[in-house]
Design a protein around this ligand. Structure first.
Ligand SMILES: [Zn+2]
Length: 134
């Protein structure tokens, strides 16, 4: 009976750890995703202004490339921030996998051993990039 209790306790502990890591991850992911949405909204909000600036210059017959460049630079800077946030998301995912000591097949999402070369379910070659990066 003591052994059974130990086993139950162990699996409960393990589950609790997984849930903690997971809920922390969910909070982080939804925060970063929200930030990405806000950045995308800002990018989209720039386009009508860019169109207006361009059209007004056409009407006045006076093209000022500098004005267009200015708005485009702002959009490009926002796009760069989106890229950084997307990398943050990847990092969160990677960290959470490592925290759980787990790895998942990128093709079928089966949990696979950390040192696996191939997925045992879909048989695909599993890239090792996460390990070599660190
Ligand atoms: Zn697979």
């Amino acid at each position: 009976m003591a052994d059974l209790w130990q086993d139950v306790k162990k699996s409960v502990d393990k589950l609790a750890t997984t849930i903690n890591v997971k809920s922390k991850e969910v909070v982080q992911v939804s925060k970063v995703k929200k930030e990405i949405d806000e950045l995308r909204d800002k990018i989209i909000a720039h386009f009508p202004g860019l169109g207006e600036v361009t059209y007004n210059m056409y009407r006045e017959g006076n093209f000022d490339q500098g004005k267009i460049d200015e708005v485009c630079r702002e959009i490009a800077a926002l796009e760069e921030q989106v890229k950084q946030k997307e990398n943050e998301l990847k990092q969160i995912y990677r960290d959470s996998q490592e925290a759980r000591g787990k790895r998942f097949c990128p093709y079928c999402e089966l949990e696979i051993p950390v040192d696996a070369k191939f997925c045992s379910q879909c048989g695909k070659n599993v890239p090792d990039e996460e390990k070599t990066e660190n």
